[in-house]
Design a protein around this ligand. Structure first.
Ligand code: NDP
Length: 324
């Protein structure tokens, strides 16, 4: 099979597409022929070596994939069945999706939901799945379209784009925070009703004028601190990312004076039942237009180039990787 292999040379991460014997696949009870994978922020960190995502080399990156079961020792899966996978450390400490085949635990797989196919599933990928979990978190906090405006940060990225699209489709008014003028037309086309520059989120006071009923934050640091200070009384922030940094320079004021909820969102270890629920919602709520407006299809060979673009904030939407 062909695989993107990451190796270390003089402390640097080197990536190359190589032909690999499938006997080198890691242990697992289901072997999958991969059709599609995608590039997420974490993949970009791993492939470029800019983040300490991988500790054991050589490694096949790719934190998500979709494909067909080739062989299974798990009775829940049979040969030919379509499946998808996101998270569980695949592509980090277990060979991942940027390869012709993968071997994983059956527990990590999701049977392809009705109404979904492998290509669409990887246009959504980990990023889109996480956006859905964030929307569900806001709903569970009682935030409804009539509650008020929702702000999405890092809006032109993978999580951000899917969040804007989903919220708009569900009837919410969505404000997008973006560091790039070049993506404004794109953000309007997917449903942002207004766009704010990232620079407006550089400084904050402990409490500011109340603006947002809800927020989905993919950026962290000062941007998240500003969002918290601007939340309405009783609002909720679903925080899933750190594209701007892992710090959180805030105070307790939004929490104790405005009853604001900060809900963390993790997609890697999400239990199976909640995964199934999120994928069902994606089938139902994500409009067909998303798959054309937000996807760029690339080859396995192009993955390192596009990982570089993601790291340099030169890519928007989702990078779909064609494997088969
Ligand atoms: P992308 O690279 O696709 O999007 C990130 C976006 O953040 C960019 O498009 C950009 O948006 C903005 N951004 C980039 N650099 C900076 C910066 N220095 N300061 C402020 N904003 C910046 O990544 P993903 O959408 O795939 O992931 C977003 C974040 O969410 C990442 O931190 C990722 O690790 C995290 N994540 C977490 C998951 C979880 O399970 N908790 C799952 C998936 C992702 P713009 O140009 O519009 O400003």
């Amino acid at each position: 099979m062909q695989a993107l292999i990451l190796e270390q040379q003089d402390g640097k991460t080197i990536s190359s597409v190589q032909t690999v014997e499938d006997s080198r696949l890691p242990e697992g009870d289901v072997t999958i022929d991969i059709d599609w994978s995608s590039l997420n922020y974490k993949d970009a960190l791993a492939i470029t070596g800019k983040g300490k995502i991988i500790r054991n080399f050589p490694m096949v990156p790719g934190i998500d994939f979709s494909g067909h079961v080739r062989a299974s020792e798990d009775p829940r899966f049979h040969a030919g069945q379509q499946v998808l996978l996101t998270g569980w450390g695949v592509g980090e400490n277990h060979w991942g999706g940027l390869a012709g085949q993968a071997r994983v635990k059956g527990d990590w797989l999701v049977a392809m939901p009705k109404g979904m196919d492998g290509r669409k599933a990887m246009i959504i990928g980990t990023a889109g799945f996480t956006a859905m979990l964030c929307v569900m978190a806001l709903e569970e906090a009682g935030i409804r379209p009539e509650s008020g405006e929702i702000v999405v940060t890092g809006a032109s990225g993978g999580v951000g784009s899917t969040a804007v699209t989903l919220l708009h489709a569900l009837g919410y008014q969505v404000a997008a925070v973006s560091g790039r003028e070049s993506t404004h037309d794109y953000l309007r086309s997917i449903g942002a009703h207004r766009i704010l520059g990232r620079e407006e989120f550089a400084e904050t006071r402990p409490l500011e004028k109340q603006v947002w009923a809800g927020a989905i934050d993919t950026v962290g640091d000062k941007v998240l601190a500003k969002v918290l200070a601007q939340m309405n009384y009783g609002g909720c922030v679903a925080a899933c990312g750190l594209a701007g940094g892992f710090a959180l320079p805030t105070t307790v004021m939004p929490f104790i004076l405005r009853n604001v909820r900060l809900q963390g969102v993790d997609s890697v270890m999400t239990p199976a039942s909640r995964r199934a629920q999120a994928w069902e919602r994606l089938v139902r709520d994500l409009p067909e237009s998303f798959y054309t407006q937000s996807a760029t299809e690339i080859s396995l060979e192009q993955a390192p180039e596009f990982a570089g673009k993601i790291m340099n904030n030169q890519f928007h939407g989702r990078a779909l990787v064609k494997i088969a």
